[in-house]
Design a protein. Structure first.
Lengths: 180, 158
């Protein structure tokens, strides 16, 4: 059994730390694929993180052939997914901007109730976030602190602040969709 | 470079895609094709591997591994806590439902009816067993032993 197979077996047995070797070995390829599709480091990092998280969660499905090819496929699909989402979002924003003035004149009691319910739901979901994400979300969205100040306050890098905010938003969205 | 769905893109075309030499429209078409075509995916990955191996600078940002491991540890803990909370909620719901059903059955008198039914059934069983006893009062096992011994005695005399 080669060392890579052994690492995978150890991860599957519950040794999370063994997964670090996989991240270190394949991060170059995964990052290159993500950067090639997304064209900027910020989005490439998010897609690369998503790739490793997906690989970790679906490792039990790995068929034992080429791991490089397996993780490369996950990276390609994560990067293309993110690219499509970002494109759809930017089109949505353009569309929303066109409707903004008309909507502001048509706010009804129903809208207010829905907004209040949504706020309560967001607040409930926020409370269920992992501790390290909650703290960064609070500092950024509620206290209005900058990435730099949060990084100093938490004694972490700015990239880690960005990464935690991204994951927090992603988790909130996933939980929100599950509740819908 | 426009292609029908059945065909594959060539290695040269994938190289052009990798090197950002195709326009946005074509690039999106190639992405759509890539996700559904194993052969093209293999070609693209081969090119990306070669690209990564010859790159002068690693594109990976500092501390990437740590950030990934942090996410794995943190979200694992979160998932476990979430699952545990859900399991507890399900267990509580199960017990509350069971208690409600029991109360409903008690209040509607179903248990009393069942008890009366069992009592009647029990009486019938006892009647059947007393009848059986009367049939076998002569001791059929004794009779069997006696007749077997008789047969043995006769055969020995012979």
């Amino acid at each position: 059994m080669d060392s890579e197979e052994l690492i995978i077996k150890n991860v599957l047995r519950g040794d999370d730390e063994a997964f670090r070797h996989i991240v270190e070995k394949y991060q170059g390829l995964v990052f290159s694929i993500c950067l090639n599709t997304l064209k900027n480091h910020y989005d490439a990092e998010n897609a690369a993180q998503e790739t490793f998280l997906k690989a970790y969660r679906s490792l039990y499905q790995y068929n034992g052939r080429s791991f490089k090819s397996w993780i490369g496929r996950i990276a390609t699909s994560c990067a293309i997914d993110l690219y499509r989402k970002m494109k759809a979002k930017s089109q949505e924003i353009q569309f929303d901007e066109g409707l903004e003035i008309r909507d502001s004149l048509q706010t009804t009691v129903q809208d207010i109730i829905i907004e209040r319910e949504d706020r309560e739901k967001v607040s409930h979901l926020y409370r269920s976030l992992p501790g390290i994400y909650k703290s960064v979300v609070e500092k950024y969205y509620i206290e209005g602190m900058s990435y730099q100040n949060i990084a100093l306050d938490e004694n972490i890098s700015i990239k880690t602040v960005e990464s935690r905010l991204y994951r927090a938003k992603k988790l909130l969205k996933e939980r929100w969709d599950e509740d819908e | 470079m426009r292609m029908s769905k059945k065909l594959h893109y060539s290695l040269i075309e994938w190289r052009a895609y990798r090197d950002n030499l195709v326009d946005d429209n074509e690039s999106e078409k190639m992405q759509n094709h890539l996700l559904g075509c194993d052969e093209c995916m293999e070609n693209y990955l081969t090119l990306m591997e070669a690209f990564e191996e010859t790159a002068q600078h690693s594109p990976v940002l500092d501390g990437f591994t740590e950030r990934v491991m942090e996410i794995i540890y943190e979200e694992n803990r979160y998932e476990r806590a979430f699952r545990l909370k859900n399991a507890r909620a399900r267990l509580i719901t199960y017990y509350v439902s069971a208690a409600c059903v029991t109360l409903l059955l008690v209040s509607s008198g179903v248990f009393t009816l069942m008890f009366n039914g069992f009592a009647k059934f029990d009486t019938q069983i006892s009647m059947v067993s007393s009848r059986t006893e009367s049939i076998f009062t002569s001791g059929w096992t004794d009779k069997l032993v006696d007749s077997t011994s008789e047969i043995l005695n006769i055969s020995q005399k012979k």
